[in-house]
Design a protein around this ligand. Structure first.
Ligand code: G3I
Length: 343
């Protein structure tokens, strides 16, 4: 079965792609991606540090390849991301004065959003501008340009990319306080008469702690703003957070290795089933509100390439996705398909 076929009347089914996958250097992914997904997000290559490494130098090699790849397979590109405090090039991180930051901000959005207008389906115009309590994050953009920088980013993007959908993207915005901050931010953009087409809830959750009630309330609250709601970076970690390992001294990692990285030899059936149940629960919600949800994107193709093998500490074996490192569908995959077929 295929995810994109199964959910074709409901929402786009996307995946994040890394460099090797975009260049089709990984045979398993090269087969799986066009078969399973109809939307792709570049995991890293459209971030500022890659696309705009120096003042007057842009790097479009990989993004052009991505666009060509997507076109060939009839897949839409959700470009990620124009304005983010992280993965910024050195020359921006070193900026001290507001004028330089403002100039970079304008040039960056105009050049990149302009170049890909008509070629990508959407942009995450601003990523992760909020703190957990819903206030604005003290990023370089906030510090130098003030809290209107988000509105300004959308204003510039709307001008440079009139036919591209424009989104705000963040994690934990299903949580009440941060959600309220996101709603206020979106309303502010709308009140300024600037276009915003959607909001992306990232969806990096832990399998034992999926905030289903908050997710559902967010779908309702965000869609009430008259914009698209998407889940843009879905994965369900099965590993403990290092902070939760009582007494762990990560400098003495060897001592704690089995606690930090318990499933190096494979996922026990019980956890495999828990993961399947977790995905079943979130997809049940997504289907219940399918009229309000326009896309569900997984943050990665297969467990082998997931960023969660390296976060929050490197060298772990996580199992957060629907395909294992051999690109075989896991029980969670079949659960999600079965759920749809039963409905
Ligand atoms: O490219 C270098 C490579 O040259 C070097 O040898 C290697 C060793 O450290 O690092 C490579 O860069 C890594 C890069 O991914 C590409 O693999 C960075 O260290 C690593 O920090 C970076 O991580 C990415 C992370 O964003 C950075 O913030 C993850 O792959 C990517 O999945 C993650 O994605 C973010 C979304 O953009 C926004 N939402 C959260 C999500 C997860 O953090």
């Amino acid at each position: 079965p295929s995810l994109k076929e199964t959910f074709k009347d409901d929402f786009f089914i996307g995946t994040a792609l890394n460099n090797a996958q975009i260049e089709e250097r990984i045979p398993g992914a090269a087969v799986l991606v066009p078969q399973q997904f109809n939307a792709v997000t570049p995991e890293n290559i459209m971030k500022a540090e890659v696309m705009h490494p120096e003042w007057n130098r842009y790097n479009f090699d990989l993004s052009d390849k991505l666009v060509a790849y997507a076109k060939k397979h009839n897949i839409v590109v959700n470009a990620h991301t124009l304005i983010w405090h992280s993965q910024l090039p050195q020359f921006v991180r070193r900026m001290k004065d507001a004028d330089s930051v403002r100039l970079f901000f304008k040039e960056h959005i105009n050049t990149i959003a302009g170049r890909y207008d008509g070629q990508v389906y959407s942009w995450d115009v601003v990523n992760e501008a909020l703190n957990e309590d819903g206030t604005m994050r003290k990023s370089i953009f906030f510090e130098k340009l003030g809290d209107d920088f988000v509105v300004e980013a959308f204003r510039l993007a709307q001008k440079a990319a009139p036919t591209t959908k424009l989104y705000y993207n963040d994690y934990n915005i299903e949580q009440p306080k941060k959600r309220a901050g996101a709603i206020a931010l979106i309303k502010k953009i709308q009140a300024a008469g600037v276009r915003i087409d959607g909001v992306g809830i990232q969806g990096h959750w832990h399998v034992k702690n999926i905030p289903l009630k908050d997710i559902e309330q967010s779908i309702l609250d965000f869609s009430a703003l008259g914009i698209d709601v998407m889940f843009t970076e879905l994965d369900l970690s099965v590993l403990p957070n290092p902070r939760d390992i009582v007494g762990a001294d990560l400098n003495q990692r060897a001592e704690y290795e089995t606690k930090l990285n318990p499933y190096t030899k494979g996922l026990p059936d019980s956890v495999q089933l828990l993961l399947a149940k977790g995905y079943e629960d979130v997809f049940r919600l997504f289907l219940k509100h399918k009229n309000k949800i326009s896309r569900v994107t997984f943050w990665g193709v297969d467990d082998g390439q997931s960023w969660l093998n390296g976060f929050p500490i490197r060298g772990r074996t996580n199992y957060p996705l629907l395909f294992d490192k051999e690109f075989k569908p896991k029980p969670a995959f079949y659960k999600v398909i079965e759920l749809k077929n039963k409905n």
